[in-house]
Design a binder for this molecule. Structure first.
Ligand SMILES: [Cu+2]
Length: 163
C-alpha cells in the first residue's frame, strides 16, 4: 500500500516536472533541413521560457544562426548573435519575446530554412532566490498543510468514535 502511494507520488512528480519545460525537436523527425515548412511546424506550439529547441542537421550543409527580425526577413546571417554549427545544437529559451533562427549557408534561408517563434513567460515561476519573499512564506505554507492534516485526523477519529 505504501509502495503504491510512493509510485503514485513519483508519477505525479514526473508529470509536474515535464509540465515545467518542453524540449522541441525543430522540424520533428525531418530535423533542421531543406523542404521543411518551419512556419507550419511552429504553428500552435506554446513556446515558454525554459523550453529548449533542438536543431539536428548535417553540419556539412547547414548551421543555425540566431538573428534579429530584420536579418530574418533579409536572410542575412552575417550579424548573427549566435552561430551554432555542431549538427546537434540545443538552445534554451531564456527570455520571452520573438526569436529568429536561419540557416546561414548557401541560399537555404530563402529556400525556407528559417524559423520564427514567439516565447511566452514560463508556466511556473523559476526556483525562488534564497532572499525572496517566497522563502519566507514557504514555512507558513507547510504549517498550513500540517494543520490541515491534524484537523483531518481529529475529524476522522471523532467520526469513528461515533460509530
Ligand atoms: Cu542549410
Amino acid at each position: 500500500m505504501a509502495f503504491k502511494a510512493f509510485l503514485i507520488a513519483i508519477i505525479i512528480a514526473a508529470a509536474v516536472a515535464s509540465a515545467v519545460a518542453t524540449d522541441y525537436m525543430v522540424g520533428d523527425n525531418a530535423g533542421w533541413n531543406l523542404e521543411v515548412n518551419y512556419t507550419e511546424w511552429a504553428k500552435g506550439k506554446d513556446f515558454r521560457v525554459g523550453d529548449t529547441l533542438m536543431f539536428m542537421y548535417n553540419k556539412d550543409y547547414h548551421n543555425v544562426a540566431k538573428v534579429n527580425g530584420t536579418d530574418f526577413q533579409q536572410c542575412n546571417a552575417s550579424n548573427a548573435s549566435n552561430l551554432l554549427r555542431t549538427g546537434s545544437d540545443t538552445i534554451t529559451l531564456a527570455t520571452p519575446g520573438k526569436k529568429w533562427y536561419i540557416c546561414g549557408l548557401s541560399d537555404h534561408c530563402s529556400k525556407g530554412m528559417k524559423l520564427v517563434i514567439n516565447v511566452a513567460a514560463a508556466l511556473e515561476a523559476p526556483a525562488p532566490a534564497p532572499t525572496s519573499a517566497a522563502t519566507i512564506f514557504c514555512p507558513l505554507k507547510s504549517y498550513a498543510w500540517i494543520l490541515a492534516a491534524v484537523l483531518l485526523t481529529i475529524m476522522a477519529s471523532s467520526n469513528s468514535n461515533k460509530l
